[in-house]
Design a protein around this ligand. Structure first.
Ligand code: ADP
Length: 386
């Protein structure tokens, strides 16, 4: 697996049960997956020699992020490496313009968009489609980095000029007036088998995923079916192998619009570790190894995952002591720590709570994650009291 982040770390965990071992290409020895895998190549995902080394003798090469340059992927394929997802498929998760254009051709719902090579391009788009509109880096964005809301022509002039000067390829798209954000996560194997998890709601704060509710509360069965079918269809039409996460907007009028695609285990699927019969990490491995896919049904009616994000002020209390307190108060909370140091907004772990009633499960998951981030109980619970 190229990339040594938490996705590789959790994939490694799933690989153990399948009798597989995951070799990772990590940028440094402190990367989350490098800390747990005995089989680590240290190097950059942009270095062909490092990519060759990690792929050497492996059954298949797959990814925990989408940043490997296309030319390297194509070279590896030409040298006989089994790369899944293929470079052609992965391109749609690397390049938002390619993705938007191809999805338009395939008749998938996307917002109106246009390429931006000058300030005038963005301004005329805003004038035609209305302000505010959304400027995006075509490549390389994540966790909201590379996304700018343009309030008006004046804001467009400043931001577009700045980004063009920095050499960022840009696109602009209509701001979708959404009710909420959803994700349809599916997997597809080379044999052509597809499997979908229930559609989830994702809650973002400051451009970062804070919470995932499975299944998406009060989502009509028709819209849920539409989202699942759309994701399965895109997996097939784009020839994706592995996990595909389709990030969606549910508009105010109850329609679906595709925001973006990820072809790897995704934050919106972490709940599946405890919440589904087959986790996204196991499923990704099954898919890239061309095993039959596993049962995606839920283990409990409601599952909520809350990310543990680095706080403004890292608490004086150690992560270990916070863990003691969390477990003492909430034996039902399932904790995943990634071995990362805390920094503002950084995903350092997540908590999953399972249950039957969404309000209750959500409250407990949020309370647990807030505790782990801040060493502070939101309901005033006294750690040394009764
Ligand atoms: P990233 O690649 O950084 O995850 P996204 O394209 O997913 O970037 O955008 C990050 C967030 O910005 C989205 O989750 C959503 O909240 C908001 N956003 C992105 N595109 C639009 C849009 N067209 N309309 C409204 N909000 C948007």
């Amino acid at each position: 697996m190229v990339g040594g982040g938490q996705l590789a770390r959790m994939t490694h965990q799933a690989a153990v049960a399948l009798g597989q071992s995951l070799r990772v290409l990590a940028a440094g020895p402190e990367d989350p997956a490098a800390l747990v895998s005995p089989n680590v190549v240290l190097g950059s995902h942009t270095d062909l020699a490092a990519l060759r080394e990690v792929a050497s003798g492996a059954t298949v090469l797959t990814f925990d992020h989408e940043h490997v340059p296309q030319e390297h992927l194509k070279t590896l394929v030409a040298e006989g490496v089994h790369v899944f997802p293929s470079p052609q498929a992965l391109l749609h998760a690397q390049d938002k313009l390619v993705m938007r254009r191809h999805l338009t051709e395939l008749g998938a719902p996307v917002p109106p968009f246009s390429t931006v090579v000058s300030v005038a391009d963005a301004v005329s788009f805003g004038e035609e489609h209305g302000w505010p509109c959304v400027l995006k880096a075509v490549r390389g964005g994540y966790d909201g980095r590379g996304v700018w809301m343009l309030a008006d022509a004046e804001a467009a002039a400043t931001v577009v000029a700045e980004q063009l000067a920095a050499g960022t390829p840009l696109l602009v798209e209509q701001r979708v007036d959404f009710r909420r954000e959803l994700a349809a996560v599916v997997a597809r194997s080379p044999f052509g088998q597809g499997a979908a998890w229930p559609v989830v709601e994702t809650v973002q704060r400051d451009g970062i995923c804070a919470l995932v509710l499975a299944p998406a509360p009060a989502l009509g069965p028709e819209l849920a079916e539409q989202a699942e079918q759309l994701a399965l269809r895109l997996a097939e039409q784009l020839d994706v192998v592995g996990v595909l996460a389709v990030e969606l907007f549910e508009t105010q009028s109850g329609k679906l619009v595709v925001n973006e695609l990820a072809m790897r285990p995704h934050n919106s699927g972490h709940w599946s570790i405890e919440g589904a019969r087959t986790s996204q990490f196991e499923q990704h491995l099954r898919a890239v190894l061309d095993y039959p896919l596993g049962d995606t049904s839920m283990t409990m009616p409601v599952v909520v995952m809350a990310n543990i994000l680095g706080a403004v002020h890292t608490p004086a209390m150690s992560m270990d002591e916070r863990t003691h307190h969390l477990f003492a108060r909430m034996p039902e909370a399932k904790l995943h720590l990634y071995g990362k140091t805390e920094r503002l907004g950084r995903k350092v772990g997540h908590v999953t709570v399972l249950g039957t009633e969404v309000q209750d499960v959500r409250e407990r998951a949020e309370r647990a994650a807030h505790w782990m981030s801040h060493a502070e109980w939101t309901d005033g619970w006294d750690v040394h009291g009764e």
